[in-house]
Design a protein around this ligand. Structure first.
Ligand code: ADP
Ligand code: MG
Length: 245
């Protein structure tokens, strides 16, 4: 089966600084790929480049989604094609209600199970507030995931859905990610720095380690996570590459 997303030899800059280097990544339908790595490795920049956020500048390589080259397509076209990004730190928007943004997305994307999603993510009580204004860590991540889900994405890019959230929110978020894959057959690229959410997810297809803008190791989560937890990223990559030689 043709991959949903294919990234070939992608090099991305922000301003004059090269951040992502020579990344190759293929994601099939219904697959979940995890990208781990230290701070400033370029994980968020890679997701931003896949989404086509204007701050990213693609210097080399290509991004192909459902067989269509999207490397130079603007962000809104990629969104229409079914790519959605849940930001690492979504901005607080004073004067705009969460419910207004949700309503616009529900109408545009024809989402029919938004009530169920709001319930699953426990955002009902937040909907009448200004978007992300004064939200706690867990509330912010649940609200951001809700806005992502109601777009009915074919590919959801989730940037650290586990950072700064309490244990209860972590379980809720993990359940919803599994639901996206199981019930919606969505594909997911999930970035995590801490790996906190990984033990709650059972459907990870592959885990990639990114350091200095490059994917330096790809493998199976059960082989990678215990080593990373013990030795940190850089040392783990040496060990893992040593093992595979
Ligand atoms: P990660 O998500 O892995 O922590 P990022 O992709 O956010 O890493 O950032 C990678 C590098 O790019 C960092 O050194 C960061 O400072 C730099 N960077 C990110 N965004 C910008 C920007 N808008 N302007 C300048 N440098 C940036
Ligand atoms: Mg980041």
């Amino acid at each position: 089966m043709r991959d949903l997303l294919r990234i070939k030899d992608l090099t991305v800059a922000i301003g004059d600084k090269v951040i992502v280097r020579k990344v190759n990544l293929s994601v099939g339908r219904g697959e979940m790929h995890v990208i781990m790595g230290p701070n400033a490795a370029g994980k968020s920049t890679l997701l931003a480049a896949i989404m086509g956020l204007p701050r990213t500048r693609i210097l080399k390589g290509s991004i192909i989604f459902e067989g269509v080259e999207i490397t130079n397509k603007p962000c809104y076209e990629r969104a229409k094609m079914g790519i959605a990004l849940a930001h690492q730190i979504p901005p607080a928007v004073k004067g705009v209600r969460f419910s207004e943004v949700a309503k616009a997305l529900i109408e545009r994307c024809g989402c029919s199970d938004h009530t169920l999603m709001a319930k699953m993510l426990r955002v009902d009580k937040l909907l009448e507030r200004d978007l992300f204004v004064g939200f706690s860590g867990g509330e912010r991540k649940r609200a951001e995931l809700y806005l992502t889900m109601i777009q009915g994405p074919k590919l959801a890019l989730l940037d650290e859905p586990d950072s700064g959230v309490d244990l209860e929110s972590l379980s809720i978020i993990a359940n919803v990610i599994e639901y996206l894959i199981r019930k919606k057959n969505a594909s997911i690229i999930l970035v995590t720095h801490s790996g906190a959410i990984l033990e709650k997810l059972s459907r990870i297809s592959k885990t990639h380690i990114m350091i200095n803008g490059e994917i330096v190791y790809s493998g199976y989560p059960d082989d990678i996570i215990p080593i990373v937890t013990k030795f940190g990223y850089r040392k783990s990559v040496e060990i893992l590459l040593g093992d595979s030689r």
